[in-house]
Design a protein around this ligand. Structure first.
Ligand code: DQA
Length: 154
C-alpha cells in the first residue's frame, strides 16, 4: 500500500516557538514539533512534510500545491486563523481531510482569538494540548483519511 501523504502547515511566528511567549507556547521549538510529526508519522505509516511560512500568500500557495501532492492536511494558521479569508478559501478548495491545530486553547484567550476561520472548513479542531496536539492531530487525520473506520469491537 502506498503511504498516505500529509502536509503539516504552520503559520506566522511559529518559527519562534521555544523563545516566543514561553508562558503561553512552552519551550518546544518548531524543529521539535517537525521531528515529532515526522516520527509519529513514520510510526503511523504516513509520509509527513512540514512547512512554516510567515506569509499569507505562501500559505495559500502551499495549500494549492497540496491539492495534488497530499492526502490530508494539518494546519496551524497561527494569527492568520483569525483574519485570513484567503486561507479559508484555499482550504475550501482542498478536497481531502483537514485538521486544524493550535498549541494554546484559543477559547480561553482574548476574544479576537475565539473566531478561527479554518474551523469553518476543518473536519476537526484541536487546541490547548501544546505540541501533543500535533500527535493527536496526526492520529485524527489518519482516521479521517481512512474514511472514519468503526473502532474495533471490545
Ligand atoms: C496559535 C494561536 C493564535 O491565536 C496565535 O496567533 C498563534 C498561535 C496557537 O497555536 O496557539 O500564533 O495558533
Amino acid at each position: 500500500m502506498t503511504e498516505l501523504r500529509v502536509l503539516v502547515l504552520n503559520g506566522p511566528n511559529l518559527n519562534l516557538l521555544g523563545i516566543r511567549q514561553p508562558e503561553i507556547y512552552g519551550r518546544t521549538t518548531l524543529a521539535d514539533i517537525d521531528r515529532l510529526c515526522a516520527d509519529e508519522g513514520a510510526r503511523l505509516g504516513l509520509s509527513v512534510t512540514c512547512r512554516q511560512s510567515n506569509h499569507e500568500g505562501e500559505m495559500v500557495e502551499a495549500i494549492h500545491a497540496a491539492r495534488e501532492t497530499t492526502d490530508g492536511l494539518m494546519i496551524n494558521a497561527a494569527a492568520y486563523s483569525h483574519s485570513s479569508i484567503a486561507i479559508l478559501d484555499a482550504l475550501n478548495a482542498y478536497e481531502k481531510p483537514v485538521v486544524e491545530v493550535h498549541l494554546s486553547n484559543i477559547h480561553k484567550r482574548e476574544g479576537f482569538r475565539h473566531t478561527s476561520h479554518p474551523s469553518a472548513r476543518a473536519e476537526a479542531v484541536i487546541c490547548g494540548l501544546g505540541p501533543e496536539g500535533y500527535r493527536v492531530g496526526l492520529h485524527g487525520l489518519l482516521w479521517l483519511m481512512r474514511g472514519r473506520p468503526a473502532p474495533p469491537a471490545a
